[in-house]
Design a protein around this ligand. Structure first.
Ligand SMILES: Nc1ncnc2c1ncn2[C@@H]1O[C@H](COP(=O)(O)OP(=O)(O)OP(=O)(O)O)[C@@H](O)[C@H]1O
Length: 275
């Protein structure tokens, strides 16, 4: 067997180090890029492009000239269309590079003890909102980037307190419409417009607040707590499903399970097990 090729790659310890470093950097950049687009519509586009790439390679290998010609034209079209379609993701990537956050860990490093406090503040607020039949939609962002849905919102950037949560949803105040988003253990934004779910199985009496709460769990791993203005009932949106009619204790237990107990699992495992 001719090992000259390998000897070319591993000529010296410095070459080994250089190649390993090269592989590591490329793998890391791909990992972060995938993390950046995970849960966004860019994933579907990427899958489409992968399929097209497979077709292109197969067509060229089998010398299917007409198909090759067509696919070549399609690639030119995509080269022009992609920067336009991926504009939000590209902008976010450049922003992150500019801020230096691209190279920071993507996991939300919220201490379990801090989450205990946050969960208490949320459940206290939800209890009061529910008893007073004040409609509310609280989203807890986790690892999936949902920035593209938050651009419409108003930045709050405050500690999570039940008082502020309640105040935000008081009818006819500037921030009461839309969703409040908690990210990295802080109230990040209010009055956000979320994507609406088209789930046909959702009971017809549930309107846009519930559809928005469910919608964000369809495009990300975020949790959504919904308080109905009509009935005062509390629901939790998680993994494309709504868990309805929660009392304070079951809401607290579910949040603890999702935010504290689940957090001990490694990040990649959690993503994998969520599919
Ligand atoms: N896309 C959206 N993103 C975030 N919030 C939304 C969105 N669409 C509607 N909402 C919120 O939902 C409110 C309307 O709720 P609607 O009555 O349609 O929903 P519902 O699910 O029946 O809830 P409720 O039981 O509280 O009436 C709006 O005032 C707004 O605050």
């Amino acid at each position: 067997m001719d090992l000259s090729l390998l000897s070319g790659v591993f000529a010296s310890p410095w070459d080994i180090f250089r190649n390993l470093l090269d592989i590591f950097i490329v793998a890391y950049v791909i990992y972060r890029l995938l993390g950046l687009i995970q849960g966004t519509r860019a994933v579907q586009l990427l899958k489409g492009l992968m399929i097209l790439l497979v077709f292109s390679v197969a067509a060229s290998y089998m010398q299917l000239d007409m198909l090759n010609w067509l696919l070549e034209k399609l690639w030119i079209f995509f080269a022009i269309a992609l920067p336009i379609v991926f504009q939000p993701e590209l902008r976010r990537l450049l922003e992150q590079l500019g801020k230096g956050s691209f190279f920071k860990s993507s996991s939300t490093d919220v201490d379990p003890q801090d989450y205990q406090v946050i969960i208490k503040e949320i459940t206290d607020a939800v209890g009061i909102l529910s008893r007073n039949r004040v409609g509310a939609l609280i989203v807890i962002a986790r690892e999936t980037g949902i920035e593209e849905y938050l651009e419409s919102g108003i930045t709050v950037d405050s500690l999570v307190s039940s008082g502020l949560l309640i105040n935000t949803f008081v009818p006819n105040t500037p921030l009461h419409d839309g969703a409040l988003v908690i990210r990295d253990g802080r109230i990040y934004k209010a009055a956000c417009v979320l994507p609406l779910s088209n789930d046909p199985q959702l009971p017809p009496q549930l309107g846009t607040r519930h559809r928005a709460g469910l919608g964000i769990t369809e495009v990300s791993d975020a949790l959504a707590i919904i308080v109905s203005e009509e009935t005062g009932s509390v629901s939790l949106g998680r993994d494309r499903k709504l868990i309805r009619y929660l009392d304070a204790q079951s809401l607290r237990e579910l949040l603890e399970k999702e935010l504290i107990n689940d957090d001990v699992k490694p990040t990649l495992w959690r993503r994998w097990s969520r599919g």
